[in-house]
Write a protein that binds this ligand. Sequence first.
Ligand SMILES: Cc1cc2nc3c(=O)[nH]c(=O)nc-3n(C[C@H](O)[C@H](O)[C@H](O)COP(=O)(O)OP(=O)(O)OC[C@H]3O[C@@H](n4cnc5c(N)ncnc54)[C@H](O)[C@@H]3O)c2cc1C
Length: 553
Amino acid sequence: MTTDEAEFDVVVAGSGAAGMTAALTAAHRGLRAVVLEKTDRFGGSTARSGGGIWAPGNEVLRRAGVRDTPEQAAAYLAHVAGGGVPEASRAALLAHGPDMLALVRASTPVDFAWVPGYADYYPEAPGGVAQGRSVEPVPLSARVLGAELARLNPPYLPAPEFVTITQADYRWLSLGTRHPRAILTAALVSARAARSRLSGRRQLSMGQALAAGLRAGLASAGVPVWLGAPMTGLDVTGGRVTGVVVTREGRPGLVRARRGVLIATGGFERNEEMRRRYQRPPIGTEWTTGSAGNTGDGILAGEAAGAALGLMDDAWWGPSIPLSGGPYFCLAERSLPGCILVNAAGQRFVNESAPYVDAVHAMYDADSPAVPHIPAYLVFDQRYRNSYVFAGMPPRKPLPRRWYRAGAVFRGASLAELASQIGVCSAGLAKTVARFNEFAEAGRDEDFRRGESAYDRYYSDPRCRPNPNLAPLARAPFYAAKIVPGDLGTKGGLRTDERARVLRQDGTVIPGLYAAGNASASVMGHSYAGAGATIGPAMTFGYLAALDMAGSA
Ligand SMILES: Cc1cc2nc3c(=O)[nH]c(=O)nc-3n(C[C@H](O)[C@H](O)[C@H](O)COP(=O)(O)OP(=O)(O)OC[C@H]3O[C@@H](n4cnc5c(N)ncnc54)[C@H](O)[C@@H]3O)c2cc1C
């Protein structure tokens, strides 16, 4: 079909979790849908991601025996997302997340498993669940995609060929050989790799499995995905959005939408101008791990059609190391015992094991401009380096020279030498380490309570006593990694209602226009409920948009 004559019931811009789930739902409601993708690969940040999904009360969690109730989940989300997020949107997420996941399981080859113990990020808050409410894709054969595999956006951290690692594996692998579960997990991952290699069958995991599964579901349902087909604007007739202006094969065209258009074009993490306009300095595009195509196109198109914007100052932040090959988003690294995060004065300023969004908010919220928290430094000793995986490097292995040359990591024979290398106050660092080492011996962090939350302890060393997140920094040489405010993408965008319909400033609906995922202002507000709290809502509001277009919301 040529673009000039194209007409569908539902036109979706963006082939990430939000867009593909919406198109899949529309097709299963008997609508004709198309997905337009700007880049020559499908999957966006979703394909690069951990593929975790936060959807309380879903059938996979129930089957795994996670104890939860709708009332508990509602209390938790109200506490976490705060008053800025309408109650109706929070309720819609919780009511429809389980149906959305059931549809994806029934109409694609991807299945899901509970991530055991990956606690909600505030498990001690009202309604929080320490066992965790996250599910992740079960490894999936790459064959489900056939030739389309070549067009799957690559993962953020590629594993060696035939090696498949899940989120649940990563928790234990980060412990090197410090725990029997770590050794067992390494053996299972090796056995899985050997099976794959022998059979010649690659297995996909995490975000690769999610994006591949959704794409395969679209293929089965006969939904076309047009690659290299950017939406460049919206077609508006009589106040209603009636289609999308697209460039395809170098030619502009119009794709008409009988029922509606869904903006699922991701965030604006790769748009330098928008980041500077909306976000606090220092900011740019070099510290994000989001997908290259996410330049805010859908947000700008929606705004031009009269949409209100929200949460543009915020992002799915995370402390990151600016390595030579790109930013490294720290998870286990800053939570495992034997490291501290310090500012220019050599002082700690946050619980190092805190949820990643909170840790970066603390980086931006320095009390005094004279003592910035950006960059911060993650300081650790040789015991820590000998014990745990660091940014993908096995324990004991020397960190690559190129990281030192890039000024991303440093090493000093003493704390004083390290402090002078990183330009941090030497007396301040010595005092901080001495105080922290006392906390580690006592097992109690008097300053930031690190290790007290079940969330902190997800990435911890159970063999480290008395507190699995605290160990002294005592064994030279000492190391520091530069820490900048990275992100997984932005979370501000078009304001929407509980049916994913785009709203104007006065709260009225723009007929025919929907938004989901990072192109929309997040239902999480300024927070992050738990692992999967970006993809879970992206898929659920994509699903709800399609139901609304089908007239069955
Ligand atoms: C390394 C990493 C790990 C992560 N892990 C998790 C996790 O485990 N759980 C979780 O919840 N979140 C995670 N995230 C965040 C999550 O991946 C994103 O928030 C989510 O995938 C966004 O989904 P989306 O559908 O809104 O956008 P995306 O998946 O980014 O898809 C948007 C698509 O729109 C396309 N596009 C842009 N402009 C246009 C245009 N003009 N026309 C057509 N197409 C366009 C883009 O090229 C892209 O393909 C992670 C992110 C990263 C980078």
